[in-house]
Design a protein around this ligand. Sequence first.
Ligand SMILES: Cc1ncc(COP(=O)(O)O)c(C=O)c1O
Length: 438
Amino acid sequence: MTQMPINMDHHWLPFTNNRLFHKEPQMFARAEGVRYWTPEGREILDGSSGLFTCAAGHGRKEIAEAVYKQLQVLDYSPHFQRAAPISFELAEALSGILPEGLDRIFFGSSGSEAVDSAIKICLAYHKAKGEPQRTRFVSRAWAYHGVNLGGTSLAGMVNNRRDFSGVTCDVVHMRHTWNEDQRFTRGQPQDGAWIAEDLEEICKTYGGETIAAVFVEPIAGSIGTIVPPVGYLQKLREIADKYGILLVFDEVITGFGRTGSAFAAQEFGVTPDVMTMAKAITNGAIPMSAVAVKTEIQKAVIDSITADRPELMHGYTYSAHPVACAAALATLGIYKTEGLFERAASLSSTFLDGVFSLRNLPHVHDLRGHGMMSGIQLTPGETPGAKGSLVQRKLFDEGLHVKATGDALIFAPALTTSEEDLSMMIDVLQKVLGKAEL
Ligand SMILES: Cc1ncc(COP(=O)(O)O)c(C=O)c1O
C-alpha cells in the first residue's frame, strides 16, 4: 500500500504519550473480525476488542446497513420535548436483557456521560424522596468511571485525579479488593467479602444518611481486571440497603456478555439500583451509552415534579441519537442470533487456560480473569507504568493489540474469537513476555 505522509501536528491524542507517538506512531487503518491492519497493511490481532467495544468483532455488515438506512430515514432528532420511535424500541429491547426491575433507560453518548448522568439521577432521586442531604458518594480505590467531572471525582486511580483537584465532588473511597495472596486466582477469590465492610465503616464515620450512592465496577476493568471476591457484591448490596444508599454498577466494560452473562449483575447474582453501560452497546460502531434505573427511581423523580417543566434537568444533544439507536438495535440482534453471551460463557474456559499458561513467564507477576476478560499484571519495572507501555508497544510490533493500564495488560478479545485466533494471540503474549530482556 502506498502511503500519503500524515501531518500529525494537530490532533492531540487522549491518554497518549503524544511525543512518543509522533516518533513511533502505531495506527490502525482497517479492521475486520478480530483483526486490524496498519496503514502499511500489517495485520494486528485485536486482543482487547478495540477498547472492550467490539464484542461481536469488527466490520459487522448488519450494523453498517442499519446505520446507513437510519441516516437516510431520520438522521437526527432532538430529544428535548421531542422523541423518535426508535429510542423507545431500543429502551424496550435493553430492558429485556437487563436484570428484572432495571427497566427505565436514559441515553448518552459515552461511558463518562452515563456515569455523570447516574450521579445526577441518584441526587435527584434522594431529593424527590425528601432526603436532599444525601450528596456524598462512595467509590473504591483503583476505580475507573470515565473522565467527566463526576467520574473524575469517583476515580480511584491517582494519575486520573491528581491534575484536576478543585473540580471534584464529595467522594469517599473504599479499599480495592486485591491482595498479594490472591495472585494467580482464576475466577473469583474465595476470601475478601469482608472488605465490603469498608462501606459500613464509611457510613458510621460520615453518617449513612449523607450518602447518595456507592459506585463500583463489578469487575474492576481498567485497572487490569480485578474480579470481586465471592460474596463481596452481595455484602455491598446488604449494607447499601441497610443505610438507604443506592448501589450503582458501572458495567461499561462488563456489560453485553463480557462475563458470560448479559451483565455482571446477573453473572454474580446481585441487582444494583442503577447501572451504567456503553462501549459494546453498539459494538463500538457509533458512540452511545445508557443508564438503567429501577422503575421506582424514575417514578419518584417524575412524581416529585408537578409543574410543567422537565423532571430531570439533564440531557445531551446526542442523547438517544437515532443513528446510535439503530446501531444498538442491530448489535443486540447479533448478540441474540449468534448467542454471543452464551458463546462467551463456553469459550471462557479455553480463554482462561490460555491466559494462565503465561504463569511462569519472567515478566508475569499476577494473572486474573473471569468470563472473557483478563488481567496480566507485569512484574514492576523501575518506573511504574514504563514496562506496561513498553510491552504494549512490543506486542503491537509482534502483531497483537492489547490495552495497557500502568503495568497491567487487559486482554479481552471479541466474543466471536475462534479458538485458533485465541491461540495465536496467546502465542504472541508468550513470545513477548517470555523474553528475559524486553
Ligand atoms: C467502568 C467504566 N466506566 C466509564 C468509562 C468511560 O467510558 P468512555 O470512555 O466511553 O467515556 C469506562 C471506560 O473505559 C469504564 O471502563
